[in-house]
Design a protein around this ligand. Structure first.
Ligand code: GLN
Length: 560
């Protein structure tokens, strides 16, 4: 019998419900339990594909090509379980299923209603994530997070569905965990329990009585406060879990472990499992928090005003830094309006640069300037997706002698589309769900930087893009000194480019950041951070930039 934990949130959004859910997943997994995680998102979008990163932060991509909420990134990073599309449920996708069923006549003429049809469809999706194949081990626990905040209108069908689950699978097999805020107010920053009380009242109005409260606060809460919350919210005091801000999110599982969260879950469900094994995790947290060596990486992108827009890149840099025994300081550089003359100042002495993924024309010129700066000055460089495409355009213009080279995304009528829309994407009209998505195989060229970093010949990485390096220009790029060191197995798609002779210059059409884990840092990010450390050391010794020989410009083309 699979057990279900439902995580809800109250008071305000951005409380770290996703981190709490991911942490619970980690703690159960560290006891040898088979865990599945799921996000129930009340928004009406079918998936996160068309959502604006300025508003909603990063869209995370699973192996099977689902474009999901960024919380799935936390789930994967904390548990190291590769999730599938079944782990992401939105109102839009539920209604799509319900309407399709109605059109097929599955409801036998019934009036289709929120209860039971929509709630049943939601429960089907929750059960689906617990399904396993014939020879697979059964799922012990599903941890499902309901997005948004209790009280949101669009969240009601989801809350009703998880309420019904209690009757469907039995009280002893369901647990409700509510994450709330205990704010400090006034000149003495007095901690207040009232918002928590009200949000629990709201939850109880819907028929859900929380079994555990995770109370987020800026500073420690007194035992009196915890007892007060226990009394007013009718939750045993041992299940009122204080959760104070930590310096790294990876510390949260350890804190929740000490607070007894997993023990209580295991006891409540009567699960038989191993003692927790968190040694490796503890070592990672120690490495992340205690390093004194530091590298400085500039990340250039246009969504930098939303700190969550590049969350997987940020985390991947931290994982890599921990592996390279240092800390990373990130300077976020807005590519919008970024002029060539501003770059040196904007990157602010960074030891490496990442040019981030993105969509649309806005901020693209700034990315080109950034790439050029990295190439010319020998600054270690990693270009991801659009960042890689800009590396190709920049190289074509300034090294390969194609001054009007352009991406078809910027100018569909350009005479020299070195990056162009893939023929199969051209035929698909819609915007949502029509990109080259999900995990693909890639073959690495022997003796390339990529093959040295990965240490294997074949890799699998996750994609999300419409545009691609135009093969008509491949020979010219290679002739001018750019290596296409990673291609699809059929050789049709360029997946990785690099510039031999540069200390570290690599661009990838895929998103390596989605597969980086604290305990499995991604080779491309580790390579970048190590190259940054090298550069920092050489800079300290006073000779950075002197040793590299970037590809020579083609005749008559200025390098700057
Ligand atoms: N806009 C580019 C494309 O569609 C790059 C996408 C990305 O960076 N994820 O190909």
């Amino acid at each position: 019998m699979t057990r279900f934990i439902f995580v809800t949130g109250g008071v305000v959004s951005s409380l770290g419900k996703g981190i709490a859910t991911a942490s619970i997943g980690r703690l159960l997994r560290s006891r040898g339990l088979n865990v599945r995680l799921q996000k129930l998102d009340p928004y009406i979008n079918v998936d996160a594909d068309t959502m604006n990163p300025f508003q909603h932060g990063e869209a995370f991509v699973t192996d099977d090509g689902a474009v999901t909420d960024l919380d799935l990134g936390h789930y994967e990073r904390f548990t190291n379980i590769a999730l599938t599309r079944h782990s992401s449920v939105t109102t839009g996708s539920v209604y799509r299923d319900v309407i399709a069923a109605e059109r097929r006549g599955d409801y036998d003429g019934a009036t289709v209603q929120t209860i039971p049809h929509v709630t049943n469809a939601i429960k089907d999706r929750i059960r689906l994530v617990a399904k396993t194949g014939k020879n697979e081990r059964k799922v012990d626990v599903v941890v499902a997070e309901v997005g948004g905040t209790v009280g949101d209108i669009e969240g009601l069908p989801f809350l009703e569905a998880i309420r019904q689950m209690r009757a469907d699978v039995g009280l002893r097999n369901v647990m409700y965990i509510h994450v709330t805020l205990v704010p400090g107010v006034g000149p003495w920053d007095e901690q207040k329990t009232k918002p928590t009380q009200h949000s629990v009242i709201k939850l109880r109005e819907i028929g859900i009585h929380p079994d555990m409260l995770i109370c987020r606060s800026k500073r420690q809460m007194s035992d009196d406060m915890l007892r007060k919350i226990s009394l007013f919210c009718d939750v045993p005091v041992c299940a009122v879990i204080p959760s104070v801000d930590t310096s790294t999110v990876y510390d949260v599982p350890l804190k929740l472990e000490v607070a007894g969260v997993a023990e209580q879950i295991v006891k409540r469900f009567g699960l038989r499992c191993d003692p927790p094994d968190l040694d490796a995790w503890q070592r990672i947290v120690r490495r992340i928090t205690s390093n004194t060596r530091r590298v400085h990486v500039a990340v250039v992108g246009k969504y930098v005003d939303n700190s969550d827009a590049y969350i997987s890149i940020r985390e991947a840099l931290h994982h890599a830094a921990a592996a390279a025994d240092c800390n990373v300081m990130i300077t976020w550089v807005n590519s919008r309006g970024l002029r060539s003359s501003d770059i040196a100042k904007a990157v602010n002495g960074a030891n490496a640069m990442v040019v981030a993924p993105g969509f649309g024309v806005d901020g693209i010129e700034g990315k080109l300037h950034a790439v050029q700066h990295a190439r010319v000055t020998g600054l270690p460089f990693l270009g991801i997706c659009l960042g890689m495409q800009m590396a190709v355009v920049e190289f074509a213009r300034n090294v390969a002698g194609i001054p009007d080279a352009e991406s078809g995304e910027v100018d569909p009528a350009t005479p020299n589309p070195v990056v162009h829309i893939m023929p199969e994407q051209r035929l698909r009209g819609n915007r949502g769900g029509t990109m080259r998505l999900g995990s693909r195989e890639c073959q690495l060229a022997a003796n390339s930087l990529a093959s040295r970093l990965y240490g294997v010949e074949t890799i699998r990485e996750r994609h999300r893009h419409r545009y691609e390096v135009n093969n008509d220009y491949r020979a010219r790029l290679i002739g001018a000194g750019m290596d296409c060191s990673g291609t699809s197995p059929d050789g049709k798609f360029v997946e990785i480019v690099e510039i031999p002779g540069h200390p570290f210059f690599i661009g990838c059409q895929f998103h390596p950041e989605f597969q980086s884990r604290p305990d499995l840092p991604h080779p491309l990010f580790v390579g970048l951070v190590k190259a940054a450390l090298d550069r920092a050391e050489r800079e300290a010794a006073g000779d950075a930039g002197r040793t590299h020989t970037a590809a020579a410009p083609a005749d008559g083309v200025s390098n700057v």
